[in-house]
Design a protein around this ligand. Structure first.
Ligand SMILES: Nc1nc2c(ncn2[C@@H]2O[C@H](COP(=O)(O)OP(=O)(O)OP(=O)(O)O)[C@@H](O)[C@H]2O)c(=O)[nH]1
Ligand SMILES: [Mg+2]
Length: 358
């Protein structure tokens, strides 16, 4: 299925049903009192997050969602039935924005959360309500309230444990294909991968975790150069980042330049991103002369970030220990989140899903 992480859609809640004008008919009574029932409420449009969807692809096929109208009231004080709600399933991690202003209405971060985007119109009251002792022939009933129309922009931010970042051609897709069951295209030119790719890593002695190949990071990415902006947002919800660096493309006079380029882009996009835990992985150590450069890069990097690993995604060298290390970090991050949530719950008395990503 195609990966789609943005969609423009239109939702409309149901109109309320009209109230009814009606009078009791009884034998021998020419004109009874008013007995017009109320109109039913129109249906709401509700979004619900699920862990079973992973893209917004289905919204390319269907863009208009309309809840049912409430039925009109009827005589003998019978109320019209309520219009049915429409429930729209979206992947967890979907942001719902007002299309016109871009204002965020709701962040459906966790499976099970829901949000009423537009409420159905109220049903009109029937003339039974308008009778008074002086006026028993009231010919007035309310009209149902109209439903609301809203244009929305849906935006998906992937929820992943490890996000692989790095310059084009660093070997991100090669790495994800070796660590997980994902098989993206691999080629010797930049921008081979055009959409984020998710894979599940299954370490031998730890829980499986989700890893994402996030493409398109280059200098100027935060301004939209390359595929930048489109995919940087997915980094925001990765528990930790794997920063992949191509040893064979390091400038020997300044081996840290690619590292700083990527981090600068992260910072410019969102200062919080540069604070996320980063595992630095030097790739392509099998390439000629790469071993020497790896030592040099490690020495310069260590004071900034000591979590450095040297691998060859191509030959598999160093992959097993890296996998184990990532599993450990993910486990620690999850434990910390659960601890924070427990503290939060004790403070507020709320009961939240411990899987919530921060
Ligand atoms: N020698 C060597 N080549 C590698 C290694 N890992 C990846 N490559 C090669 O580097 C090139 C780019 O690899 P990809 O995995 O497509 O790189 P990417 O980071 O996904 O690239 P984009 O999707 O374009 O951003 C391919 O020709 C790979 O075969 C490695 O460990 N050693
Ligand atoms: Mg790729």
């Amino acid at each position: 299925m195609k990966f789609v992480d943005e969609a423009l859609i239109n939702v409309r809640s149901g109109d309320g049903g009209n109230g009814c004008v009606s009078f009791r008919r009884e034998k021998h009574v020419p004109k009874g009192g008013p007995d017009g029932g109320d109109g039913g409420k129109g249906g709401d449009v509700i979004f619900q997050a699920t862990s079973r969807m992973h893209t917004l692809y289905s919204f390319q096929l269907k863009k208009h969602f309309k809840a049912q109208k409430g039925a009109h009231g009827r005589g003998k004080n019978r109320s019209g039935r309520q219009g049915k709600d429409v429930i729209i399933l979206v992947p967890q991690g979907t942001l719902i924005r007002e299309a016109e202003t871009g204002r965020t209405l709701k962040d459906l971060a966790v499976s099970g959360e829901s949000f009423v985007a537009v409420r159905g119109g109220r049903g009109g009251r029937g003339n039974q309500h308008f009778a008074s002792s002086r006026n028993q022939t009231f010919r007035h009933a309310e009209k149902g309230e109209a439903g609301q129309d809203l244009s929305l922009k849906l935006e998906l931010k992937l929820l992943t444990d490890v996000g692989i970042i790095g310059l084009p051609n660093a070997g991100k897709s090669t790495l994800i294909s070796k660590l997980s069951s994902a098989h993206p295209k691999i080629a010797d030119y930049p921008f081979t991968t055009l959409t984020p790719i998710l894979g599940v890593v299954e370490p031998e002695n730890a829980d499986p975790f989700v890893i994402a190949d996030i493409p398109g990071l280059i200098e100027g990415a935060h301004r939209g150069v390359g595929l930048g902006m489109r995919f940087l947002k997915h980094v925001e919800r990765s528990r930790l980042l794997l920063h992949l660096i191509d040893l064979s493309a390091l400038p020997p006079e300044d081996p840290l330049r690619p590292y700083h380029t990527v981090n600068r882009e992260l910072r410019m996009f969102n200062p919080g991103l540069a604070e996320k835990s980063q595992v630095v992985v030097l790739n392509k150590v099998d390439a000629p002369g790469a071993g020497v450069l790896a030592d040099k890069a490690r020495k310069s990097l260590e004071p900034i970030n000591p979590d450095i690993w040297v691998i060859s995604a191509l030959t598999g060298q160093g992959l097993e220990p890296l996998k184990g290390h990532l599993a450990e970090l993910v486990e620690e991050a999850v434990a910390l989140e659960v601890e924070c949530l427990i503290k939060h719950d004790q403070k507020t008395g709320t009961d939240q899903d411990p899987k919530r990503f921060v």
